[in-house]
Write a protein that binds this ligand. Structure first.
Ligand code: NDP
Length: 340
């Protein structure tokens, strides 16, 4: 089997995370967020089962595993955990060969809710342990069953402190339900506080990272603390939800990526992934298209140092995912690409 199946990175737990994972946000849904919508209704987050195509989720995960991926990225809010379980089951690949990441959603931040939320994910994923459990965002929502609790068109925020939430997640490591825990979408100050006030150093931080948003200083900070970086949205604005009507050319069509790719016989998407992996990050591209699912996995090449440098020069500090207004939280306050 060609592809990145042998490339892995070691986490601070001693376990390894495969360099390439399969992203499942928006797999099995054609719902995208119009730029003018402030509040994200549940179905826009592809949560409403009537708006989802579970078979498509199962098929995509099956295609990914068939292509050789052994790392799947899901989240409670994506509504894809059952589809992931079905795809794994259909593939026949043993659970022990697959690295599964899922994420705690914002309505379950209260320390008394964390274990139940994890149990629900375990049940839907049909597994008795997670390889990596991430706090999806530092921002709490109101407690309860509603994933996007709203009042008068605004999200109802909660008052749990992410430090307390994380300490509840630490218990899941001790009980064996999670092999590793980590965070996603934290600012540097938030991460520093977490490191000061909790006892398990996050194994991974999942952040938006691609050649247009490289966050070089922040990445160095992670290295100094032994925190692995996973790049989400590794193709930047290939995700249509990020189109703000600003006519920013697609990252994967950037002439630098195409030129570099020509040298290796690879396309811009494959070069973007190889760049992230060259930096020591895991990358989690999403596609619902079988040929792309396969092609993204089949990069399997190393960029020469001078080509990595050419791509380094593309940084525009351009962030596409900032739900600060919607979630009632000032995300990334001290990071590159903070939108005003
Ligand atoms: P990606 O950067 O993976 O881009 C996905 C888009 O690129 C889709 O529109 C897909 O189209 C298209 N695409 C995929 N492969 C190719 C290719 N070879 N050529 C051309 N176009 C291609 O975006 P995501 O934002 O989905 O991020 C990836 C994953 O990261 C998510 O699925 C999720 O798992 C995770 N994530 C985590 C977040 C967090 O808060 N922690 C936030 C955002 C993402 P198509 O599907 O039609 O083929």
């Amino acid at each position: 089997m060609a592809g990145y199946n042998k490339t892995k990175f070691q986490l601070n737990t001693g376990d390894e995370i495969p360099a390439i994972g399969f992203g499942t946000w928006q797999v099995g849904s054609s719902q995208y967020l119009p730029p003018t919508v402030k509040i994200l209704p549940d179905h826009m987050l592809i949560r409403d089962p009537t708006k989802q195509d579970k078979d498509a989720q199962e098929d995509a995960v099956y295609e990914a595993l068939k292509a050789g991926y052994r790392h799947i990225d899901t989240a409670r809010i994506y509504g894809t955990e059952p589809g992931v379980a079905k795809g794994i089951s259909k593939s026949g690949v043993p659970r022990s060969d697959i690295f599964i990441t899922t994420k705690l959603w914002n309505n379950s931040h209260h320390p008394d809710d964390v274990e139940a939320a994890c149990n629900a994910s375990l049940k839907d994923l049909q597994t008795d342990y997670l390889d990596l459990y991430l706090m999806h965002w530092p921002s709490p929502f109101a407690r309860g069953d509603k994933l996007m609790p709203q009042k008068d068109g605004e999200i109802q925020t909660g008052d749990s402190d992410y430090v307390d939430t994380y300490m509840a997640m630490e218990k899941l490591v001790k009980s064996g339900k999670c092999k590793a825990i980590g965070v996603s979408n934290f600012s540097r100050a938030e991460l520093e506080r977490l490191l000061r006030e909790t006892s398990i150093v996050p194994a991974a931080h999942q952040i938006e990272l691609h050649p247009y948003l490289q966050q070089t200083d922040f990445v160095e900070f992670h290295k100094s603390k032994g925190i692995h970086v996973t790049q989400y949205s590794p193709f930047g604005n290939a995700n249509p939800i990020y189109d703000k009507g600003e006519n920013i050319g697609k990252l994967i069509d950037d002439p630098v990526l195409s030129d570099v790719g020509r040298k290796y016989g690879k396309n811009g998407a494959q070069v973007a992934l190889a760049w992230g992996i060259a930096k020591g990050h895991s990358v989690i591209p999403k596609s619902k298209t079988p040929a792309r699912i396969q092609a993204n996995f089949e990069g399997d090449f190393k960029l020469d140092v001078e080509d990595v440098k050419k791509i380094d020069a593309l940084d525009k500090k351009l962030r596409f995912n900032d739900p600060s207004q919607r979630f009632g939280w000032n995300f990334y306050a001290d990071l590159d690409g903070k939108q005003g």
